[in-house]
Design a protein around this ligand. Structure first.
Ligand SMILES: [Zn+2]
Length: 156
C-alpha cells in the first residue's frame, strides 16, 4: 500500500534570526519569524508525512503556544512524524518540494539541502527533489513559503 501526503508552510522575514531551510543554515541578512526555528521546508515535509498517515497536523502536535517548542529545532518535529510513520509500518519513498522565495537565491544551496534531508529522512538523495521558485509578482514579498509532496510505502 502507498500513501501520499501534501504539506505547505510559510514564515515572514525577520531581521536578526537565522534562515534555515531543510535544516541548512542559509547565509542571509534576514531570517524567518516563528515560534520554533521557523524552518518552513522542514515544517512542510513534516506536515506532508503526518498527512499521509492520517495523523494530526504539525500545529496540533506542536502548538506555537507551548513554551517547549520556543526556538525548538524543527528536526524534532520531523523525527516525531517519521517515528509515527514507522509505528504504522510506513517508510518514505520520495519527496518533491518547492521553495518559493525571491530572496535569497536558493539554487546554490539546493544540493546541500537535499544531502541534509537525505540524512534526516534516511532517503536516497536522488529520491529528494528541491525546486526553487520566485513569486513572479504573486503575493507580497515578505517571507518564504514551501510545499512538499511525499510518498510513503507500507513496509509489510
Ligand atoms: Zn512553520
Amino acid at each position: 500500500m502507498v500513501r501520499i501526503g501534501l504539506g505547505f508552510d510559510s514564515h515572514p522575514f525577520q531581521e536578526g534570526r537565522r534562515l534555515l531551510l531543510g535544516g541548512v543554515d542559509i547565509p542571509s541578512p534576514e531570517g524567518l519569524k516563528g515560534h520554533s526555528d521557523a524552518d518552513p521546508l522542514l515544517h512542510a515535509i513534516t506536515d506532508a508525512i503526518l498527512g499521509a498517515i492520517g495523523e494530526k497536523d504539525i500545529g496540533e502536535l506542536f502548538p506555537n503556544t507551548d513554551p517547549r517548542w520556543k526556538d525548538a529545532p524543527s528536526q524534532l518535529f520531523l523525527e516525531k512524524a517519521l517515528s509515527l510513520a514507522r509505528e504504522k509500518g510506513f517508510r518514505v519513498v520520495n519527496l518533491d518540494c518547492v521553495i518559493v522565495a525571491d530572496r535569497p537565491k536558493i539554487s546554490p544551496y539546493k544540493d546541500t539541502i537535499r544531502e541534509n534531508l537525505s540524512r534526516l529522512l534516511g532517503v536516497k538523495k536522488e529520491n529528494i527533489s528541491i525546486k526553487g521558485k520566485t513569486r513572479e509578482g504573486f503575493c507580497p514579498d515578505n517571507g518564504i513559503a514551501c510545499m512538499c509532496v511525499v510518498l510513503l510505502e507500507d513496509e509489510g
